[in-house]
Design a protein around this ligand. Structure first.
Ligand code: ATP
Length: 302
């Protein structure tokens, strides 16, 4: 599948001396929901600012749809970097009419986008009467005007209550289901795991890891095995391509699977060598623990 966005060796130092980005390289494939994940200050907003032409990089390059950024490519991108300045006394529809005029798109798009974000019933209510969640959904509607191919969102659920968070996440998935690519920045692995198909993890402006969310997280599982003949199992482990590392813990062996292998593959490998496992347990780490592991242990890997 074609790439919607390609970032190559992007670096940015702010005047105060903070190296916000350090040779960042990543690719976003068409149709993906791509999470840019990292702790506060890791460079997510800076990355989005550069690719949306709000900030200038010191070094490196990027392209959208294989092309340099231009008026034409910008038209194919809808973005929310911060909450837009809607007029408080105007209704949802009136506010969107103003944005449609700025974007030079027809007013016939307003009703469908309000429906997509679940605000059609409230289209005549004044913006000032909206809850925070509704305001964020109106911002999404505004970003969707002009039918962009890509939606770029910076921390789209920040500050919302659980219901508001669930609504926004549902809209993101629905919009992706219409074939649009979504790029979103988040500091929550939980959010990225629930919403995204792919992710890049940033720390201190550097890429820690990038790839499919399920593959990255599966690689974090711990597998605990026991066998009648533990010594034979232990002796076999260094030869198994399914295992990336292991340690003995009393009568058990605790191991991490190599990329693209499952616990079934592991069980089969032992069986083929005549070792019957008496126990095989997959222990999923908490998402917080996985996030910390990725941030602290992972070596850069695209
Ligand atoms: N205008 C600025 N001037 C100086 N330093 C800045 C500026 N904007 C960001 N920084 C610094 O650059 C680094 C990256 O910031 P950035 O906002 O890109 O990170 P982030 O991952 O989006 O964080 P957050 O989740 O807190 O928004 C941080 O150390 C931040 O303090």
């Amino acid at each position: 599948m074609a790439n919607v966005l390609e970032i190559l060796n992007l670096s940015k130092k702010y005047p105060g001396g903070v190296q916000a980005l350090n040779a960042l390289t990543l690719e976003v494939a068409e149709g993906s929901i791509y999470g840019l994940l990292g702790p506060n200050g890791s460079g997510k907003t800076t990355t989005l600012g550069i690719v949306l032409d709000v900030l200038r990089a010191d070094q490196g390059s990027f392209n959208w749809f294989g092309l340099p950024l231009s008026k034409e490519t910008k038209r194919r991108i809808g973005a929310i970097l911060e909450t837009p300045n809607f007029y408080p006394y105007l209704s949802a529809t009136q506010n969107l009419k103003i944005i449609a005029n700025i974007k030079n798109t027809g007013h016939q798009e307003i009703e469908p986008v309000l429906r997509t974000v679940g605000l059609l019933q409230r289209r005549n209510s004044a913006y000032k009467e909206f809850s925070l969640g509704m305001k964020q959904r109106l911002a999404l509607a505004a970003a969707l005007l002009g039918n962009p191919q890509v939606l770029v969102l910076d921390e789209p659920t920040n500050g919302l209550d659980p219901q508001g968070i669930a609504e926004v996440r549902e809209i993101i998935k629905q919009v992706a289901g219409q074939g649009k690519t979504i790029i979103l920045a988040s500091h929550l692995l939980d959010e990225v795991q629930k919403v995204c198909t792919h992710m890049a993890v940033l720390q201190a402006g550097k890429l820690k890891i990038a790839g499919r969310v399920d593959a990255i997280l599966a690689h974090q599982d711990q597998v605990i095995i026991r066998a009648e003949n533990l010594a034979a199992a232990l002796a076999l482990l260094p030869q198994l391509p399914q295992v990336s590392n292991f340690r003995q813990d009393n009568n058990s062996l605790v191991l991490t699977l190599a990329n693209n292998f499952t616990s079934t593959d592991l069980n089969q490998a032992f069986f083929q060598q005549g070792i019957i496992l008496s126990e095989l347990t997959v222990r999923k780490k908490s998402l917080e623990a996985q996030f910390l592991d990725i941030i602290t242990n992972t070596t850069t890997n695209q």
